[in-house]
Design a binder for this molecule. Structure first.
Ligand SMILES: Cc1cc2nc3c(=O)[nH]c(=O)nc-3n(C[C@H](O)[C@H](O)[C@H](O)COP(=O)(O)O)c2cc1C
Length: 357
């Protein structure tokens, strides 16, 4: 199988962009050097901060890599609901001795400034999450030779990505760690998320674009499964989060395989948008009451999460994790790419033996 996408790397293995510190230049370089596709997460960073990381990464590897952008969010949050939630979190603020953040600290994540940098100094691949970019945003990137990828969680979103002119879609199943990249967060759709294999099948028949499959993938046999289902590559977040090159907090890394954290849930507790993480005290106590208000709730809880990490308390940190978290392996990222590639090949051979052509 070959496409402009798979030509970027030797193996069909993409290290997911992970905003919040996990996927910096060191992790991305190790993955790209080993034959996978490393990714920088521009989310929550300034445009200048993103550019510094790109320069740093270029200094570490000459191999292709991706940069991921958050789409600006429309203003439809219910201010009264955010205020009620702010009052609910007052006890957390005094416990962690830190003020709650200003919910109105911005909703565009510096999108236009980041796009301008990526237009002026093109990178091999740019992906988008939390919405669908316009054709006007995509075409200059494409003209500059950048491959464009839009994250989708339904076949309808895949059609929107195709109409906008995206080169490929990142199909994100409900198993995925971190935020769902849903184009519009609608609480009426809660509980309606689609599992990865079911979603790949539907997207495959809806659009002719190459597919990067994401969600719960931890082993090469699962990579082989999504390739067999019609994906061109697999994108893994949780699997790379525990690598030594990942900048994730050590408590977050340890929690992945700790018996104290044995299940994940989708929650709006930390950011106001559904995201999958290990169930901890903060999620259990506040998740059921958190409003659909991203990024307002993200800004509100940002200081709390940092204070909890500083205090060494994982119970109020956002422990983003996919459903496969128990299978996390603490291997150097380059080694993990090699192991995953070997497992993928072995699974493919086993299948061929069982079903000879
Ligand atoms: C800690 C963490 C942060 C993430 N941040 C981003 C991000 O900034 N942009 C993005 O498109 N996806 C982000 N994701 C989602 C991943 O792209 C991917 O869909 C997910 O990791 C796949 O599921 P898995 O974690 O089970 O492998 C994040 C995931 C995690 C675990």
């Amino acid at each position: 199988m070959s496409s402009a996408l798979t030509d970027l790397c030797r193996y069909p293995i993409v290290q997911a962009p992970m905003a919040g510190g996990a996927s910096g230049p060191e992790l991305a370089a190790a993955v790209s050097e080993a034959g996978g596709l490393g990714f920088l997460a521009a989310g929550y960073k300034t445009a200048g901060g993103m550019y510094q990381e790109i320069k740093q990464l270029r200094g570490l590897t000459g191999r292709p890599f991706g940069v991921n952008l958050f789409m600006p969010q429309p203003a439809y949050a219910d201010a009264a609901a955010v205020d009620v939630y702010r009052h609910q979190l007052a006890g957390e603020a005094s416990w962690y001795d830190t003020p709650l953040g200003d919910p109105d600290s911005g909703r565009d994540d510096g999108y236009e400034a980041k796009l301008a940098i990526l237009r002026d100094d093109p990178v091999p691949l740019v992906s988008f999450t939390f919405g669908c970019p316009t054709p006007a945003a995509l075409s200059p990137l494409k003209r500059a030779g950048t491959l464009t990828v839009v994250t989708v969680t339904t076949p309808e979103e895949a059609l929107a990505a195709q109409h906008a002119g995206a080169d490929a879609v990142c199909v994100q199943g409900i198993e995925a760690g971190g935020h769902q990249g849903t184009h519009r967060d609608d609480p009426a759709n809660d509980g309606g998320g689609i599992g990865l294999l079911a979603l790949i099948g539907q997207v495959r028949e809806a659009v002719p674009l190459p597919i990067v499959a994401a969600g719960g993938i931890m082993r090469g046999s699962q990579i082989a499964a999504v390739l067999a289902a019609g994906a061109d590559a697999a994108q893994l977040g949780t699997a790379f989060l525990v690598c030594p090159e990942s900048g994730a907090n050590v408590l977050h890394k340890q929690a992945m395989t700790s018996p104290l954290f044995n299940r994940t849930e989708l929650t709006r507790a930390f950011s106001g948008r559904p995201a999958r993480g290990l169930v901890n005290r903060f999620m259990s106590e506040h998740g059921p009451y958190a409003p659909a208000a991203y990024p307002e709730v993200h800004h509100l809880t940002s200081g709390l999460r940092k204070a909890a990490a500083k205090a060494g308390d994982p119970q109020a940190m956002a422990l983003w994790a996919g459903q496969g978290h128990r299978l996390a392996r603490d291997l150097p990222a380059g080694r993990l790419v090699e192991v995953l590639a070997a497992e993928t090949a072995a699974a493919g051979s086993a299948l061929a033996l069982r079903h000879p052509a």
